[in-house]
Design a protein around this ligand. Sequence first.
Ligand code: CA
Length: 229
Amino acid sequence: MAERLLLVEDEPSVAEGVAYALGQEGYEVEIAADGKTALDLFEAREFDLVLLDLMLPGLSGWQLLGAFRKQRPVRVIMLTARAEEADRVAGLEMGADDYVTKPFSVRELVARVRAVLRRELKPTGELEGPGRLSRAGVVLDQARREVTVDGQPVRLSPKEYELLAFLMGQAGRVRSREEILAAVWGTGAYLDERTVDVHIRWLRTKIEADPAHPTRLLTVRGSGYKFSG
Ligand code: CA
């Protein structure tokens, strides 16, 4: 049976182009041009994957992401504009599986769709509410940008916070230094990958009981870092 996708996109030309291309690949695609329609469709039918434009009239992509995941686990790829670096990180924290930056090629999107459909559904249980992540004793409150470790508040620099949010949002998945740099520092600035190592070290002094033997923020030799999960 064809996998069913929900495409939430308010620009008709983008929506039609994407729907057509995915249709050619054998997917069944339904289009919602606004949040309300998207929510109605989501409640009425099962979807294997949601493609979610963040900039929508009415209900925002954020509110939708929260509303979807409140109901049931679902795979989500965010469609974001290039300037929305912070949004991507926040979206991944909130349980989105991946993002594609506009303007994207249809080929790239199809590849991402295939990859995400192969993944396990992320359980919604670990998200305690929109923008709130809780794993391994670390609680990250996206709305307040506050972090507690075993119930104790810890102070993080903005970059430490973003680094932690990025890795926690994808707990269990290894991220290379290059990917971390791009997500947390942006692709514009040239930075040495050791910048990542230094921030990881600082972060460990704040969230690990024994920073020399981390149990949360793990080094994966030859690959990068991951948050345990
Ligand atoms: Ca839009």
